[in-house]
Design a protein around this ligand. Sequence first.
Ligand code: NAD
Length: 368
Amino acid sequence: MIDMNRRGLAIAAGSAITMAAMGLPVMAATPERKLGYAIVGLGGYGLGVIIPQFKNCQHSKLVALVSGDPLKAKKVAAEYGVPERSIYNYQNFDAIKDNPDIDIVYVCLPVSMHAEYTIRAAAAGKHVMCEKPMAVSSAECEAMIAACKKAGKKLMIGYRCHFEPHNLEAIRLARSGAIGKLRYFRSEHGFTTGNPNAWRLKKAMSGGGSLMDIGIYALNAARYMTGEEPVAVYAKETTDRNDPRFREVEDMIEFQLEFPSGVIGSCMSMYSANQNHILLMGDKGRIDMEPGTRYDGNKLWVGQDRSTQVTPPPGPGLTQWAAQLDHLSQCVINNREPIVAGEEGLRDIRLIEAIYRSAREQKRIALV
Ligand code: NAD
């Protein structure tokens, strides 16, 4: 195993190159002020994952909560030191405009609510972090981008893998020619979904099935690993419509992406098997990640097989989420565009729409 952390100067050089490659500003001197986030939606991700991350941030702090459950909100507020006057619900949400502590609203709601709360947050004069997938349609994504632009506010999508050390190192290796000329990309992303009544399995709330929720990691990785935009897609869906989980949304969808250089992307998305894998093949070797996009425990190999495991240099933050939260705060402070702005979310949703169309019409869809 190569421990890149022990390579002295290579760490600083490597991580600076990686961050520069990703368009991330190399950390400036710490400003005095931390930007205040309001978390909208105290569910599995907002409460379970994001809120505990503010302790790892340099430029961001938790200042407000938006929830439909006042008792839960009060309890969370007490635990994290949020004043009771900064607890909102979905009805009085727009009153956040009068709360100067709130700089950024983080939308952690079911997908069908992303557009509404992003647009309302921008109208209230706040910057927005919105979870992936950006919205249920490209038309909604466009409306979100327009609303933030009109209000003069930043819009970023919660693509945490762009701040995750293994992914950043894999991108750096791919760009450095470590595996020669790229030939193909493969990724399988899936998990076994359970409760048929969950919002993820209701098309009106989720916009679609496994592709919207988990397959989007394969799609986004195909783009950031190759550094190219697909020119055509071809997809095939396999869903057992008698399974009560899949009455409204797809289970398995396999999609091929054609890139301008001739690189082929081949991806599988599913809601009925647990898999998390990214493989980039070049004419001189491969970059392999399994798991590749998990919260932790990601693994990276480079070479001819899995004999050389790479420990990546430290990423831009203490954790991928701290780096993600601080990136938007720094973009606001320095008036820069986030590396994963609304347009990045829109690109994925346009591709997802083309993938669904290809599966429906059973034909290759050219994108240019
Ligand atoms: P969840 O079901 O656990 O939480 C959703 C929250 O929205 C709950 O607090 C719920 O009460 C609230 N809500 C408000 N109105 C609702 C309604 N009408 N129906 C259902 N819930 C309603 O979901 P989650 O897993 O926290 O997902 C939230 C968002 O975060 C989604 O966009 C999801 O894709 C995203 N997410 C991202 C990651 C990641 O790694 N980036 C991981 C998980 C989830």
